[in-house]
Design a protein around this ligand. Structure first.
Ligand code: HEC
Length: 224
């Protein structure tokens, strides 16, 4: 029979072997688990496209005509035949001039600042039930078609990595790229940060009946 002593010895020997293996793997310059990502794996994740200049857009191209076909098959059910939006699914067209209204309609045509971002969005997120199933060419074609529905490009437009960054989007100049608030502009300060002589309290909220005396549900609060 197998004695419990032998079992313990075997267990200890086994643990020792595992520890050595882990130590060797760790010595090799990593934590002893996982494998380096392959270039193909990295390429699968590295899909972002920069709006302003289209950096990251892949090879390929697509026409408005081809886009109309793919759109009818894969997008119209939710976004409407002409981008008008079915039910509560988002419109992709219209809303131009509404951005200052009480109920603005932000769409690709009225709101989006960059055409390459449209390629990026479709490529990563649409069609909603099965994202990442479109070829780069079909994403280009859909981008061309949606820009065309918004009267931003002519019938003969061909979308590719060169043409998309040049499309003039209506709201392009209404985004503020630098944040002028003083606290975001402030340089980090490590010592003598407050100029004590320059700080002056000019008013306080005290005595202005701003804070109710009692707390609790509104209807039980008594004004002063
Ligand atoms: C099952 C319904 C459905 C289908 C099919 C679908 N979409 Fe969408 N789409 C949505 C929804 C829902 C959103 C909003 C997602 C969100 O805001 O998170 C959206 C958002 C979008 C937007 C961004 C709109 C904006 O201004 O924010 C674009 C562009 C778009 N879809 C394009 C497409 C294209 C192109 C196809 C076809 C390849 C497609 N969609 C297919 C449901 C769908």
């Amino acid at each position: 029979m197998f004695s419990s002593r032998k079992a313990v010895l075997l267990l200890v020997a086994g643990l020792f072997a595992v520890t050595c293996a882990v130590a060797r793997a760790a010595d090799a310059g990593h934590f002893g688990y996982g494998t380096p990502a392959t270039p193909a794996q990295i390429a699968g994740w590295d899909i972002d496209v920069r709006g302003e200049d289209g950096m990251g857009l892949p090879e390929g191209k697509g026409t408005v005509e081809r886009g109309a076909d793919v759109y009818a098959e894969q997008c119209a059910a939710c976004h409407g035949t002409f981008g008008e939006g079915e039910g509560r699914f988002p419109k992709l067209v219209g809303g131009v001039g509404t951005l200052r209204d009480e109920r603005p309609e932000p769409t690709v045509g009225s709101y989006w600042p960059f055409a390459p971002t449209l390629w990026d969005y479709i490529n990563r997120a649409m069609p909603m039930p099965s994202p990442h199933t479109l070829s780069a060419d079909d994403v280009y074609a859909l981008t061309a078609y949606i820009l065309h529905l918004n009267d931003l490009v002519p019938d003969a437009f061909v979308a590719d990595r060169k043409s998309l960054p040049d499309v003039k989007m209506r709201n392009r100049n209404n985004f503020i790229w630098t944040d002028p608030r003083p606290d975001t502009m402030a340089k980090p300060c490590m010592n003598a940060c407050v100029d004590a002589a320059g700080v002056r309290i000019s008013s306080t909220a005290e005595g202005k009946s701003l804070t109710p005396r009692t707390t609790g549900p509104l209807d039980t609060m008594q004004p002063r």
